[in-house]
Design a binder for this molecule. Sequence first.
Ligand SMILES: CC(C)(COP(=O)(O)OP(=O)(O)OC[C@H]1O[C@@H](n2cnc3c(N)ncnc32)[C@H](O)[C@@H]1OP(=O)(O)O)[C@@H](O)C(=O)NCCC(=O)NCCS
Length: 401
Amino acid sequence: MQIRRVSAEERPVTNLPLSAYAFFPSPVPSETLATQARDHVSYGAGNVTLIAEEAGRTVATVTAIPMRQNVRGRVYPMAGIASVSTHPLARRQGHIRALLPRLLGELRDDGHPISALYPFRSSFYQRFGYIGLPKPPTVSFSPADLAPLLRADLPGEIGWEHIRDGFDGYRGFVDHLLSRRHGFGRLPDHHAARLRDKVDRWLVTARVDGELVGALTYRISDHGADLIGDDLLTTGPLGRALLLQFFARHVDQVARVSVTVDPDEAPEQWLTDLTFVSESRVAFPMSAAPMARVLSIEALAGMPVGPGRVTVTVVDDPLIAGEYLLDGASGELGVSRVGATVPGARVPAATLTVPGLSGLVYGVLDPAELALRGLGTVPDDAAGELRGIFPHRRPYLMAQF
Ligand SMILES: CC(C)(COP(=O)(O)OP(=O)(O)OC[C@H]1O[C@@H](n2cnc3c(N)ncnc32)[C@H](O)[C@@H]1OP(=O)(O)O)[C@@H](O)C(=O)NCCC(=O)NCCS
């Protein structure tokens, strides 16, 4: 078996047949195949795709989308993994086991210290170092409950257009939130362009003094049915109230509004007497929570962290196994490789798998949970230091568009 990187032009005959079989309805007419091939080249231009070949035939493929993600207040290049698929006759023969670490290593060497993906099954990607992140909940409610907002005099303006027309402003707002919100992700322009060109969505925006404070892409399923929103993006309560007021004006048009929200949102506080359902449904393969991992610890030096000093031995990973001294005394993560002993006073020590380490960095795991989940060995003194360096923070991975 031979592994090689393929160009955008080669993808329609190497990567696409496998990923189309795995992820799209099939078989399809040849005109549909031709459209898929055109889209594959134009919207995937900046991606990195590796294939495994046997006797000139593609047997497996993996792709990385060069994205960006905020981790604890700093924005990093992030490798978004997609299109992981193996030929149906070549599955369970170790092809992805060979391809994925190779792709992650190439992206790491190319300056991506982190990676994220949506798994078909979490246990598969935990083997490759990934840990689960929160699934942003969907909140649904009746616009009738928003009636008090109809009379509210809110200091802002609403804009409404097709996403095609408001695309640049929407992307600018996503960029703004990327710089502010832990966990937020951003697709590259070539990928997001699919939203502009292909997806049928309205765009509603809220502005105060000309500045965007809220935005939502959405569609209406039918008269008397649903207003189905994507991620409700806001900079704070005023942006959210302006968008809720916009929904209130749909009371005679739709029975229900649903939007995906930041996991830190508390709809109980949006409005008194708001009846709502907030649900986060995780199921495989179609409704998974995202996952993420660290690809380079050294490249995270300088990340805003809390106080603490600990040595960690990272195990079972071809990319980052080794022993590191982590120091948060300055408020920014200090990282150095260590040998058998650390100079100075005894430093608490822990042994971590990469999912365990990644869970701490992303703020989703407490050190005390690692041993329970088989993700590391963390004595109490090391747990205290790690808790200080990586305090719990809930990431919001919005990376749809
Ligand atoms: C999922 C898929 C990509 C796996 O590819 P593969 O080439 O068969 O995987 P490998 O043989 O390299 O297996 C890698 C490891 O995962 C394990 N594994 C394989 N399939 C698994 C599954 N469905 N669930 C959990 N673990 C699995 C293997 O046992 C192996 O473990 P090990 O290396 O630690 O011993 C392939 O079955 C496929 O194309 N499925 C349809 C498309 C799909 O769901 N893609 C993933 C999208 S996120």
